[in-house]
Design a protein around this ligand. Structure first.
Ligand code: SF4
Length: 517
């Protein structure tokens, strides 16, 4: 049975607004989402609002068992495109009409936020009343203020809130970004979960999630988050240590997970780790960039209890140029060797379906993975995860499409060639569906809805999967992330020519547009 500490219980008669934060995936995933936990605490700071959580597959709140349809606002967090199916299922199971055109005054206002909602609201635009575009903390408070000042059902009044897209008006909007991480809201009163099954714990297993940075400007051409949330912003390491101490005081937790788009790029990483370690914290982090991991960082992480190092070389050297992930072979092999010496478990991520990639490249990739595995005294201790590249909105790959047949052929080859190693390949069909949900238009909504009652066959996904030419209008053109299309087109051209675009933190600015937001 699930047991939680530090949740908010309020008297519903004493608040003006009941807000449900819905998560269309299981508890373990929901409670590992930094954005979800920030919004929960941040909204509950308001005396006029009680924010409760509704987590798939349930349609009632955890805090008071209230059914979804009795909330004033029902807000979905969209971290993964595959969760769109669960979102519609949650509405259906809650007996809330799916389509916004079929809902009435007695139904909650349905909103959605998170990276998928930000990048391309179109596939769900017949179902969601308002999308939050960007980092939600500021937008949500303004949206609640507007709601409370005029709770009638008309949506026009929300157009004045920065960072919202309202399908009814098909308005143009600019992404909302937190400028200063030192000034923004950080959780200091974290929920602690205890349960008798692993699913009742967060992925980070009851640790304090410290938001060290947001945004990454390295410019990997496949990475949607890297284009959406520019520029890179960091929180001062002394402030982070204070936040960790406050969290420990309020929760008793002693393990810290460092969260950021690229934690190892954090400029004071060693000071932060040393400071946390001297306060007796155990430290862990899910994301490290190979080129900024030093032996010292690995040793400190090892000492503080980290067991697994997850790295993403993505591909072989030449293909890394296509995706602008310029890591030297020497750096990759040094980090892996150090990680093996320090007895870490090692997990490595690779991509297939990179533009221009041939079967010969796939053969080379298999040899490359074998070479890495054989560095270990027990090659099975090195885990490989191979995933198709999913072209995403607002990236230079948005014009590349998804070649299902090609990905399938390559996946089969790798599975056969690597059968004696510890490898997991993502299904090519899942990749196709994810691509279609990411880059599709309004019509994709009908297929998602159909899947609630009928089986959607592969051919239907293949038929609806888009392929955009460079001058086509794109479904997400109304969303201005700051990064301009001209820059993305230049990057698209550069990827064809294997040209690298350097990191703007250490090199010159190449005017992507993000800093003029
Ligand atoms: S505008 Fe320049 S400095 Fe800012 S993120 Fe883009 S390239 Fe980097």
């Amino acid at each position: 049975m699930l047991c939680e500490k530090n949740i908010f219980k309020k008297d519903y008669k004493q608040v003006d607004l009941r807000f449900a934060l819905a998560y269309p995936n299981v508890y373990r995933t929901a409670m590992s989402s930094l954005g979800y936990t920030i919004l929960y605490n941040c909204i509950n700071e308001r005396e006029d609002t009680w924010c409760e959580r509704i987590i798939f597959p349930s349609t009632n709140s955890i805090e008071s068992n209230t059914p979804s349809k009795y909330f004033d606002i029902l807000s979905f967090s969209l971290q993964f495109e595959e969760d769109y199916f669960n979102l519609l299922k949650m509405l259906k199971d809650a007996q809330i009409p799916l389509k916004r055109s079929e809902r009435g005054d007695e139904d909650p206002l349905i909103i959605a936020g998170g990276p998928c909602a930000t990048a391309n609201p179109m596939p769900l635009s017949d179902y969601i009343d308002i999308f939050i575009i960007g980092e939600g903390e500021n937008v949500i408070n303004e949206l609640i203020d507007v709601y409370l000042s005029n709770p009638d059902k008309g949506l026009e009044k929300f157009l004045k809130v920065d960072g919202v897209y309202i399908p009814e008006f098909d308005n143009e909007t600019k992404i909302a970004i937190i400028e200063d991480l030192n000034e923004t809201y950080h959780v200091t009163y974290p929920i602690v979960s205890e349960g008798d099954v692993a699913d009742d714990m967060s992925v980070f297993n009851n640790s304090i999630m410290l938001n060290v940075s947001r945004g990454c400007t390295r410019g990997c051409r496949f990475c949607m988050a890297g284009y959406l949330y520019r520029p890179m912003r960091q929180c001062d390491h002394r402030k982070l240590i204070d936040i960790a101490l406050e969290n420990r005081k309020n929760s008793g937790l002693n393990k810290v997970t460092l969260i950021g788009a690229a934690v190892s790029d954090y400029s004071n990483l060693d000071d932060l780790i040393d400071g946390l370690e001297s306060e007796g914290f155990q430290i862990s982090t899910p994301s490290l960039r190979i080129e900024s991991i030093t032996r010292n960082t690995l040793e400190t992480l090892k000492k503080s209890g980290l067991k697994t190092i997850t790295l993403a070389p993505e591909s072989t050297s030449n293909l890394r140029k296509v995706i602008n992930k310029h890591i030297l072979e020497e750096q990759i092999f040094t980090v892996i060797k150090n990680a093996i010496d320090l007895d870490f478990n090692i997990k490595l991520y690779f991509l297939i379906g990179i533009p221009g990639e041939s079967m010969e490249d796939i053969h080379d990739l298999c040899e490359y993975m074998k070479k890495i595995a054989e560095m270990h005294y027990n090659p099975k201790k090195v885990k490989f995860s191979v995933n198709p590249v999913i072209p995403k909105p607002h990236t230079p790959l948005q014009w590349e499409g998804y070649d299902f047949k090609d990905v399938k052929k390559k996946t089969r080859y790798i599975q056969k060639e690597m059968k004696n190693y510890n490898i997991k390949c993502e299904s090519p069909k899942k990749g196709l569906i994810q691509y279609t949900l990411s880059c599709g238009n309004r019509q994709v909504g009908a297929i998602i809805e159909k899947s609630l009652t009928k089986n959607v066959i592969l051919k239907e996904w293949r038929d609806i999967a888009p392929k955009y030419e460079i001058d086509d209008p794109l479904p997400w053109d109304n969303i201005d992330t700051g990064v301009n299309k001209k820059f993305l087109k230049i990057e698209h051209k550069r990827l064809k020519n294997l040209k690298q675009t350097p990191w703007c933190e250490t090199g010159p600015c190449y005017n992507c547009g993000a800093c003029e937001k």
